[in-house]
Structure formats: C-alpha cells, structure tokens
Write a protein that binds this ligand. Structure first.
Ligand SMILES: Cc1cc2nc3c(=O)[nH]c(=O)nc-3n(C[C@H](O)[C@H](O)[C@H](O)COP(=O)(O)OP(=O)(O)OC[C@H]3O[C@@H](n4cnc5c(N)ncnc54)[C@H](O)[C@@H]3O)c2cc1C
Ligand SMILES: *[C@@H]1O[C@H](CO)[C@@H](O)[C@H](O)[C@H]1NC(C)=O
Ligand SMILES: *[C@@H]1O[C@H](CO)[C@@H](O)[C@H](O)[C@H]1NC(C)=O
Ligand SMILES: *[C@@H]1O[C@H](CO)[C@@H](O)[C@H](O)[C@H]1NC(C)=O
Ligand SMILES: *[C@@H]1O[C@H](CO)[C@@H](O)[C@H](O)[C@H]1NC(C)=O
Ligand SMILES: *[C@@H]1O[C@H](CO)[C@@H](O)[C@H](O)[C@H]1NC(C)=O
Length: 463
C-alpha cells in the first residue's frame, strides 16, 4: 500500500518537473524582456554593476526583492529634514568611491562620528565597567595590527585570493594570533570593523582579516570615510535615475532559471502578481548564493555542493528613540569576562551609538542564525531595562523608529572546507553557465572594495 503510493508519487514528480521546466515558454511578447545582463539584487554591488554597465552602453535588468535599492544601506528621514543612516554609514574616502559619487552627481562630506564620548557598560548586567583596553587608540592599534597581517598581502584587495596551500595560521583561532603579535591593545579597533564575525577570538584569523584587513586599515589611516550629504539613500535614488526605472524590477524575485554557455532565461515574479520572462546574455548574482536564495535555479552539483556549505550570522540594525539615554554619548557593550578585549559575545547589541540627531541612537545586533527579528527587538528593550534597574541610566521603553534585517550576514565555511580549496572552487564558478557573482560572499563586506571587485567581475564578462 505504502509502496504503491510511493511509486505513484515518484511517477508524478518527474511529470510535474517537466511541466515547470517548460514554463519559460508561452509568454506573450510584452512579458518577454531581453537584456545584455540581468542583475539579481539591488544593493551596493548590484546597483554599482547596473550603473557601470549602462555607462558602457549595455542593457540591464535589475531585479530587487524590496521596493527600493540600497540593500544594507538604509536611511531614516525625519520630518525636520535630518536623517539617520542606520545601516551603512560611510564609504572609504578614495578614488573608487569618489568616482562613483561623481558619476551620479552625489554631493558628499566627511563622515564624523555623532559623538566621540564612549561609556562602557556590560549589557549583560547593565553596569558600568572599565574600557576593554586603554592602551592603544584607533590609529596606533590599526597600525600595529596592519604590521602583523601585512604578510597576507594576497588578501589586500578584500577578495579571498588565497594561495592553493592555505597557511595554517589563517585557519587557527584569532586568539592565537593576538597572543603571538601582542594585539591585546588593538582589540577595540579590530572589533569596530569585524563585529559582524561575532566571537572574533575563536573565529579563524582569515575571517577577521576579511572583515578588517589591509584595505580597511589603509582607508581608515589615509582618508577616513565620506558619505552622501543627504543620507546613503541619496546615492541609491540617484543611481535608480541613472539606471532608469524601466530597467529596475522592484518587489521581484526569480522563480526559475535556465542557463547555458550562450545565455540565461529566467522567470520572475513581480509584486503585482505578474510573471515575466527575462532573457539575458549574462547573469550577475549579487546576494549571498545560498541554496534557499537560489531555489528554482538549474544548479549543477558543483554549485549546490559549494552553496550548501555556508554558515552565517543573523544581523539586525535599528534606529531607536525615546530611550531616555543622554544625547551625545555612545554606549559600548563591554564584557570584562571575555578576555582579551572585553568584547561582547553573540547574541549582542554592539553599541548604542549616538546618531548625531538629538534623541536618536543606532544599534546593530549580531547573533547566531536562529535569532529572530523579534528576539533582536526584545534584546534592545531588555538591555535598556537592565541599565535602568542598575541605575546606570534612567531609560524608558524605547521606540524602534526603523528596523532592518541584514541576515544572512558573515557567511563563512569550515576551516576544513577552506583548506580543501573552497574559495578557489567558488571563484572558478565565475563565468560558468553565463553566470557571474559578486557581493559580500566573494569579497570583504565593505562597499568600496566590493565596488572594485564588482568592476573586475564586469571585466570578465565578454560583452
Ligand atoms: C548594519 C550594517 C552597517 C554597515 N555599515 C557599513 C559601512 O558603514 N560602510 C561599508 O562600506 N559597509 C558597511 N556595511 C557592509 C555592507 O554590507 C556592504 O557595504 C554592502 O552594502 C554590501 O552590498 P551587497 O551588494 O554585497 O549586499 P546587499 O547590500 O545586501 O544587497 C543585496 C540586495 O539583494 C536583495 N536580495 C536579496 N535576496 C534577493 C532575492 N532572492 N531576489 C532579489 N533580490 C534579493 C536585497 O534586498 C539587497 O537589496 C554594513 C553592513 C551592515 C549590515
Ligand atoms: C581593485 O581590484 C584590483 C583587481 O581587479 C586589484 O588589483 C586592486 O588592488 C584593487 N584595489 C583596491 C584599492 O582594493
Ligand atoms: C533628502 O532626501 C529625502 C529623501 O529622499 C528628500 O525627501 C529630501 O527632499 C532630500 N533633501 C534634500 C535637501 O535634497
Ligand atoms: C542555450 O539555451 C537556449 C535556450 O534554451 C538554446 O536556444 C541554445 O541553443 C542553448 N545553447 C547552447 C550552447 O546549448
Ligand atoms: C541557537 O543556536 C545556538 C548555537 O548555534 C544555541 O546555543 C542556542 O541554544 C540556539 N537558540 C535557540 C533559541 O534555539
Ligand atoms: C526605570 O526605572 C524607574 C524606577 O527607577 C521606573 O519608574 C521605570 O518604569 C523604569 N523604566 C523601564 C523602561 O523599565
């Protein structure tokens, strides 16, 4: 009985599959879109790619599941004209960024912290504690750390360009590297960039360097950061105009993809319920290529095997108000039990960072992959309540003015997989089946080096 049902099911599945595999036919002419390149994801990298391809005279379709471009760059505009960049705050002050801003006619200014005052509080107890290290400031700490990692110059652009034989030290816990190079006094500045790694002391050195490496330090020491004058969103609203709204598909996801060496065909589902067929010479995937994000793709075994290996963090960002916290102070989550560095352990709010706009703080939450948005909001409330109970600050029930999930973040693989050539195999996918990749699984999770990497991927497309 069970057997025969199983057999009947098995005979039905290939049939259903054959029908869906054929669903790229039967589209009327107005629902077929033909472009040189189809770009999936309209965050920093997808938007950059679309602008450059347009500039080079190629046609694009940009598919974005949200109703706006920008991805991790998010701005809360207030009625009084002020704004809070509660996602991406700034961009390296170098030619890569400035050329892009100039191309889009985006006015920019130096990014300065909302405040340089820091209060150290252990968010687990709500009590004030001593700073993690008072020895080295940002500049000295960064310089010391840079000297220690200079030997890994093949990682300098932010891409995972590892030698075939991956040095064992890159796979060992960061804690050992800190000991060897006496980096205890540099933990604050390292964490300022690599907080998304979570428990950095026990993470492989490679992933700490990928989040705070030579490219980030040089940017920090040489030019600092800049930001669009009217919020990071300004960059993306100007980019959308440049790309032309008729090439951008908001609220849209891909439901089926067929690829071969001469091009790609994909069915997309638009917010209004309609489906369109996009035909393109090349496909550029810019969001993290996880199996769930790529469902409906005709993945080959080598692709699905690589994409099944990711582990990730969940990451949330929010702008909060009505906290009761005093304006002009950053409250750093400092855990004296975790040495060296007194860094918080996931799940944590990294800092309650004064936004520069009276009454508004920003917070970033780093946690394991099972931590939900509701958990993150509850953590914001309970951390503030604890500070109130201990009398550290007289806080109120905060209002979450803006909230975003940036999960999955910090996609990493096991040290065994790294040793086994994961990144070499990942990069070898570039160009296969007319498909290319960029974004923060292929290069460090910072916009400016990601734009540079994206430029090199566009060069690989022989359009
Ligand atoms: C809170 C926070 C603060 C940061 N601050 C900085 C900073 O100050 N400076 C800096 O340089 N970097 C910062 N970063 C790093 C930031 O992630 C990168 O700079 C950069 O924005 C990543 O761009 P991306 O294109 O790779 O990814 P994303 O910006 O995530 O873009 C991916 C896009 O794909 C879309 N998408 C996802 N899945 C699908 C799907 N299935 N179909 C269609 N579309 C989809 C998403 O909606 C998103 O728009 C920060 C990150 C976070 C989370
Ligand atoms: C930009 O990318 C190229 C490779 O395409 C690399 O050689 C160069 O070092 C990168 N520049 C920066 C500033 O990272
Ligand atoms: C800044 O951007 C916001 C949102 O796009 C817009 O409403 C506002 O008019 C802009 N302000 C200026 C001065 O351009
Ligand atoms: C690729 O697929 C398209 C449409 O499915 C087909 O017309 C074309 O011949 C295929 N090209 C190759 C090289 O297989
Ligand atoms: C989430 O995962 C972590 C380890 O990855 C585990 O310690 C924790 O108990 C899990 N939490 C929940 C609510 O499942
Ligand atoms: C903070 O503590 C005071 C009493 O000291 C209390 O009245 C208030 O409700 C508390 N706030 C929160 C958010 O718990």
């Amino acid at each position: 009985m069970h057997l025969s049902q199983g057999w009947r099911l098995a005979s039905v599945i290939p049939l259903a599959f054959a029908v869906s595999a054929d669903s790229t036919t039967g589209f009327s002419a107005e629902n077929i879109i033909t472009r040189d390149v189809c770009i999936l994801g309209g965050g920093a990298t997808g938007t950059y790619a679309a602008v450059q391809l347009r500039e080079q005279g190629h046609s694009v379709a940009l598919i974005e599941k949200k109703d706006r471009l920008g991805g991790h760059a998010e701005t809360l505009y207030l009625d009084n004209g002020e704004y809070v960049n509660y996602g991406v705050e700034g961009y390296f002050n170098n030619d890569i960024t400035k050329n892009f801003f100039d191309q889009l006619d985006v006015n920019y200014e130096a990014l300065l912290p909302g405040s340089i005052l820091i209060e150290n509080v252990n968010f687990n107890t709500g009590k004030r504690v001593l700073p993690g290290n008072g020895i080295l400031g940002t500049v000295a700490g960064a310089a010391l750390y840079r000297a220690a990692i200079e030997q890994f110059d093949y990682l300098a652009s932010g891409a995972y360009y590892l030698p075939d034989e991956v040095p064992e030290v890159l796979l060992r816990p960061f804690r050992e590297f800190v000991d060897t190079h006496a980096l205890q006094g540099a933990m604050d500045v390292i964490f300022m960039f690599a907080e998304n790694v979570g428990d950095i002391l026990n993470a492989p050195l490679l992933y700490v360097i990928q989040n705070f490496g030579i490219t980030h330090i040089d940017a920090l020491l040489e030019g600092g950061y800049i930001r669009p004058k009217n919020g990071t969103n300004e960059l993306f609203s100007k980019a959308a105009k440049y790309i032309d709204e008729q090439n951008i598909f908001y609220g849209t996801t891909v439901s089926q993809v067929k690829r071969n060496s001469s091009g790609v065909e994909m069915v997309v589902q638009i917010a209004d319920g309609t489906r369109k067929l996009i035909k393109a010479k090349k496909l550029l995937v810019t969001f993290p290529p996880t199996l769930s994000a790529l469902s409906g793709f005709d993945l080959r075994t080598e692709e699905s095997s690589l994409f099944s290996k990711w582990n990730h963090k969940n990451y949330y960002a929010a702008a909060i108000t009505n906290t009761g916290l005093p304006d002009g102070v950053n409250i750093a989550n400092t855990n004296p039990e975790n040495q060296p560095g007194s860094l918080p352990l996931p799940p944590f709010q990294w800092q309650l960072e004064y936004s520069g706009v009276p009454g508004y703080f920003m917070t970033k939450i780093v946690a394991e992959g099972n931590f939900t948005a509701e958990d993150a909001k509850a953590l914001i409330v309970s951390d503030l309540k604890r500070m109130n109970q201990t009398g550290t600050f007289s806080t109120k029930e905060p209002e979450i003015a803006a909230f975003a999930s940036h999960s999955p973040e910090t996609l990493i693989v096991s040290t065994g997989d790294i040793k086994d050539g994961f990144y070499r195999k990942l990069y070898a996918l570039q160009g296969q089946q007319s498909t290319y990749y960029t974004g923060y699984t292929f290069c460090t999770d910072y916009s400016t080096p990601l734009w540079n990497y994206t430029g090199s991927v566009l060069d690989m497309m022989d359009l």
